[in-house]
Design a binder for this molecule. Structure first.
Ligand SMILES: CC(C)(COP(=O)(O)OP(=O)(O)OC[C@H]1O[C@@H](n2cnc3c(N)ncnc32)[C@H](O)[C@@H]1OP(=O)(O)O)[C@@H](O)C(=O)NCCC(=O)NCCS
Length: 138
């Protein structure tokens, strides 16, 4: 929970503990949540799931990595890479042949990690901030 709160905060969004908890429960029921522990303390976490062929217009089954975060005091020690590799293996074991994720293009560390494992840019996510365009004509 704390790590996810950090991640949401990093993304510039307000932390909503109750909703984060609900979200984690949902992923843990149908997907995969991994944690990295050092001396019994959780210092990293990653989560993903399979998107079924009935859930997207391309009618394909693929994996999605929803979050990956390492406590800032434990970064740069290989924990993020280890979590990501394990997530990829487990999604592969669920029969997916492709895995997607979303990343802020300014996030150098994450981009470098994903690229080093062979991830490439395939789609661009676009976002319309309705609050900011209020008053302007669409
Ligand atoms: C991205 C993140 C998960 C990486 O975790 P980590 O445990 O520090 O990463 P690792 O030590 O396993 O490093 C793996 C690779 O990431 C890249 N990397 C890690 N830290 C980096 C940094 N500060 N600058 C540039 N690249 C970096 C490198 O490619 C590194 O490989 P190398 O050691 O062979 O150079 C971690 O920085 C983090 O939690 N960031 C905040 C949350 C976040 O941005 N999550 C991703 C959201 S999409």
């Amino acid at each position: 929970m704390d790590l996810l709160k950090q991640l949401v905060f990093l993304e510039g969004k307000p932390s909503k503990p109750r909703l984060i908890k609900r979200f984690l429960k949902k992923i843990s029921r149908s997907g995969i949540i991994l944690v990295a522990e050092v001396d019994g303390r959780i210092v990293g976490a990653g989560g993903g799931y399979v998107i079924g062929s009935m859930e997207n217009i391309e009618c394909e089954r693929y994996g999605f990595i929803e979050f990956l975060v390492v406590d800032e005091n434990y970064r740069g020690r290989g924990i993020g890479r280890c979590l990501l590799l394990d997530l990829i293996d487990r999604l592969k074991a669920k029969g997916v042949t492709e895995i997607y994720l979303e990343v802020d293009p300014r996030n150098k560390a994450a981009l470098s990690l994903y690229r080093s494992l062979g991830f490439t840019v395939s789609y661009l996510t676009m976002n319309l901030k309705l609050d900011e365009i209020l008053g302007k004509r669409l």
